[in-house]
Design a protein around this ligand. Structure first.
Ligand code: F6P
Length: 550
């Protein structure tokens, strides 16, 4: 296969990009009243409108041509069939098996079928969740649990936290779900402050069970529990482990009866569908957790079977490639006009940037093209009052995903209409822009004096052509959320295939972790190693003051 940028499909896209430089999206809408119908589709309860991207039918043909040239369909097959596509760790990537509804066997890298084991863990988990939610499983004094604290970080935190927040309308009224992730003691301290050890259940979630932040928080939580009257014999009742490393769990002192397993073929950032979803299940119950899995499975089926031209994750991925590689978009904004999705951008930061934030391809070669964008976002309308200035008038195009529900969980006065009106207006403004002629006419209509008008005019012009996607759904329920998350997972997979990346490892997080072992020892008083003068200077400055305080 020729290198990506030298490939015929890439070269054709580069030529097409040059032609498209002269074509505004606004003119494309004016020329084609059917543009919305042509460039939108619906799957699994989600309506995707991508017509505000700077594309034509030819663009899509070339992009899907690129996808076929890079064998997206073949790699998609390998993903679902359990080939070891995570080559640097020699692992299959089977988060799709965790939500599979039918019984077709799934055999990671030709091994035994994993579906029976997945179902067995879920059944045990379900019994435990029901026990806690309905009060038959209790703590040391027989009182019902009131607080569940998940201790985990990265994929063992962001997904479950995002889902718990997103599905708050469905939450158990008497069970509070809390999350502690940061090794900053403030996070744990602030959380413990609210808790009664007799009615608190800790879930220690870590695939490896060696992550420094999680183990430090877990040990401190255990010390707090023992200091507040709990005994070693009560630990099994108040500390649950979710992990793929049962040996490390046992070393921590949590027995198999209090441990829920998952497997090496589940990547951390793709793990919320496994027992890692325990805090979610505690919040919304097993039936709704099952609906979340069903929504994700429906999106899996869509991604697996729909032709690329009508395939939502494929289209989103390819539109991202178009923006990043051919229009130099450095970032991608995620703006849910849905307050319950306020942690979605944070969740997607890990999902996207830990997967595709790489500069070496699957074969170990340095790439000569841009890969993952910087993902950022905030709920609308808040975002409009922070970074939208840059989206409208900054120097580089930054695609936006707008997300919105037709129906609010909280129909409160006129709020929802205003919310949706803003979302529609922002995507229209980004696409249309405002020409100098339009700006002049508006200033004249407002009676602006000529000298002031000339000075103001350049500031009032909006170039337009800023791409956006709208992801619309009826209401944010578990099924829709499951489909939405799976949509983003597969979008990221598609981009990884085009860029020839291994989207499933994360070697880039290792170096800092290793160096922190040295700096940690040095802060504790060990002689300083051979650092650059900046690191050495900061270390000394901090160490002197830490020492003064103690
Ligand atoms: O940040 C690196 C990472 O390995 C993530 O990929 C992972 O989600 C997170 O740490 C937590 O890992 P674990 O679940 O093993 O504690």
């Amino acid at each position: 296969m020729p290198s990506l940028t030298a490939s015929p499909a890439w070269q054709a896209l580069a030529r097409h990009r040059r032609d498209m430089g002269a074509v505004s999206t606004r003119s494309l809408f004016a020329a084609d009243p059917e543009r919305y119908r042509r460039f939108s589709l619906e799957a699994c309860g989600i309506r995707l409108d991508y017509s505000k991207n700077r594309i034509t039918a030819e663009t899509l043909e070339l992009l899907t041509g690129l996808a076929r040239e890079r064998d997206l369909e073949g790699l998609r097959e390998q993903l679902f069939s359990g080939s070891a596509i995570n080559t640097t760790e020699n692992r299959a990537v089977l988060h799709t098996a965790l939500r599979q509804r039918h019984d077709a066997p799934v055999t990671p890298d030709g091994g035994p079928d994993v579906i029976p084991e997945v179902r067995a863990v879920m059944q045990r988990l379900g019994a435990f969740v029901d026990g806690v939610r309905f009060g038959s499983v209790t703590g040391l004094s027989g009182r019902r649990f009131k607080d569940v604290v998940n201790i985990g970080i990265g994929g063992s935190d962001l997904g479950p936290l995002m889902v718990v927040e997103a599905l708050r309308p469905y939450q158990h009224p008497d069970l509070r779900i809390r999350f502690v992730s940061n090794v900053d003691g403030t996070h744990l301290y602030d959380t413990l402050d609210w808790l009664d050890p007799e009615t608190t259940l800790f879930i220690i979630t870590s695939k490896t069970f060696t992550t420094e932040e999680t183990m430090t928080n877990a040990r401190s939580a255990r010390d707090w529990f023992l200091g507040e009257g709990g005994t070693e014999a009560d630990i099994g009742k108040h500390f649950i482990a979710v992990s793929a490393n049962t040996a490390e769990v046992a070393k921590f002192g949590i027995g198999p009866e209090s441990t829920f397993n998952f497997w090496e073929w589940v990547g951390g950032r793709f793990s919320l569908w496994s027992a890692v979803g325990l805090p979610m299940a505690m919040a919304i119950g097993m039936e709704r957790f099952d609906r979340l899995l069903a929504g994700a499975h429906a999106m899996d089926e869509h991604f697996h079977t729909a032709p690329l031209e009508a395939n939502m994750p494929a289209l989103l991925g390819l539109l991202g490639v178009w923006a990043i590689n051919f229009w130099d978009a450095p970032a991608h904004a995620v703006v849910p006009y849905d307050q319950y999705l306020h942690r979605l951008p944070a969740y997607l930061q890990q999902l996207d940037m830990e997967s595709n934030g790489k500069s070496v391809d699957r074969d170990g070669n340095r790439v000569d093209y841009a890969t993952a964008p910087v993902i950022f976002g905030e709920p609308g309308t808040n975002a409009q009052h922070s970074f939208f200035q840059l989206l409208h008038q900054g120097t580089r195009p930054i695609p936006v995903d707008f997300l919105a529900a037709a129906e609010s969980h909280n129909p409160f006065g006129d709020h929802h209409r205003l919310l949706l009106a803003n979302m529609l207006a922002q995507s229209e403004a980004l696409m249309r822009g405002r020409t100098a002629g339009e700006a002049r006419a508006e200033l004249e209509a407002a009676g602006t004096p000529a000298a002031r008008l000339d000075a103001l005019l350049p500031h009032k012009v909006f170039e337009g052509n800023r791409p956006s996607n709208a992801l619309l759904y009826k209401k944010l329920d578990p099924y829709t959320l499951g489909a939405l998350i799976a949509l983003y997972e597969h979008k990221i997979f598609v981009q990884g295939v085009i860029w020839n990346l291994n989207s499933f490892d994360q070697w880039g997080v290792e170096l800092g972790k290793a160096l922190a072992r040295t700096t940690g020892a040095e802060l504790a008083g060990a002689p300083a190693a051979d650092h650059d003068s900046s690191t050495a200077g900061q270390l000394l400055w901090l160490r002197e003051r830490m020492a003064t305080e103690s």
